[in-house]
Design a binder for this molecule. Structure first.
Ligand code: PGA
Length: 255
């Protein structure tokens, strides 16, 4: 089980310090890690290194993901950050193809595929986001959208596997209409995505399926099903450390 806090374009060094102060009050992080529960924070680029230092000095077993990276290796790409730079900062992995990147920054399916391939070749864990808009859902074209977004990325993963790269890839189903809106999908929707991924791409993709979109402490338990949902990508609710602790307690509280 994997949980990710996508901080998006939020937080400052002071806010990060208070956030980690609040998480440090919980003494079960190591217990949860030993049970195979992995928690990642995804801060904006400027805080990746600061966050790493802070987590290490507090001995918190929490990983770090970047929110994006450049598809190109290096060179004259003003404003971009490479996979090698993320690796150099000790980052564990990277969110790729988030709908906000697709919507506001024109990120294409083939760019997401390219980035995934580069992340894998440098040993970064890719978390690939996909999901339909409300209009696509209304038009009954969800499954086409999922296949169109996941397909090119999966081809690159297959190629990486043939080259002996075994790093897992996670696939975050994030319906655009559920992101930041307070509307979540229901478990049946996620089951349908899982079935579709299994049919089109096989077990490996289905077994890396995460869900994201307005997950909070009220909705999380109802979205959980062993064998279907392998974790959550959380934005708004995980800006609040108390909510992180409530969700962890709700999901993994029993000792
Ligand atoms: P949300 O964001 O939890 O605020 O809906 C999720 C995401 O965009 O990853």
């Amino acid at each position: 089980m994997l949980l990710i806090a996508n901080w998006k374009m939020n937080m400052t060094r002071n806010a990060i310090t208070s956030y980690l102060d609040a998480l440090s009050g919980e003494d079960r992080w190591a217990v949860w890690r030993d049970r195979g529960i992995r928690f990642f924070l995804a801060p904006p680029y400027p805080y990746l290194e600061f966050l790493g230092d802070q987590l290490r000095s507090r001995n918190l077993p929490i990983g770090i993901l970047a929110q994006n990276m450049c598809a190109f290796e290096k060179g004259a790409y003003t404003g971009e950050v490479s996979a090698a730079m993320l690796k150099d900062l000790g980052v564990d992995g990277v969110l790729l193809g988030h709908s906000e990147r697709r919507q506001y920054f024109g990120e294409t399916d083939s760019a997401v595929a390219e980035k995934t391939s580069r992340a894998l070749s440098l040993g970064l864990l890719p978390v690939v986001c996909f999901g339909e808009t409300w209009e696509e859902r209304e038009a009954g074209s969800c499954s086409e959208v999922w296949t169109r977004q996941v397909g090119p990325v999966w081809e690159r993963v297959v190629k990486a596997r043939s080259e002996g790269i075994g790093i897992p890839v996670y696939w975050a189903y994030e319906p655009v209409w559920a992101i930041g809106t307070g509307r979540t999908a229901v478990l049946d929707d996620i089951r349908e995505v899982s079935r579709h991924l299994r049919k089109d791409f096989g077990e490996e993709v289905a077994s890396g399926l995460l869900y994201g979109g307005s997950v909070n402490d009220d909705s999380v338990s109802g979205l959980c099903e062993k064998g279907t949902v392998h974790g959550f990508l959380v934005g708004t609710a995980f800006l609040e450390p108390k909510c992180v602790l409530r969700i962890f307690d709700r999901l993994f509280g029993s000792r």
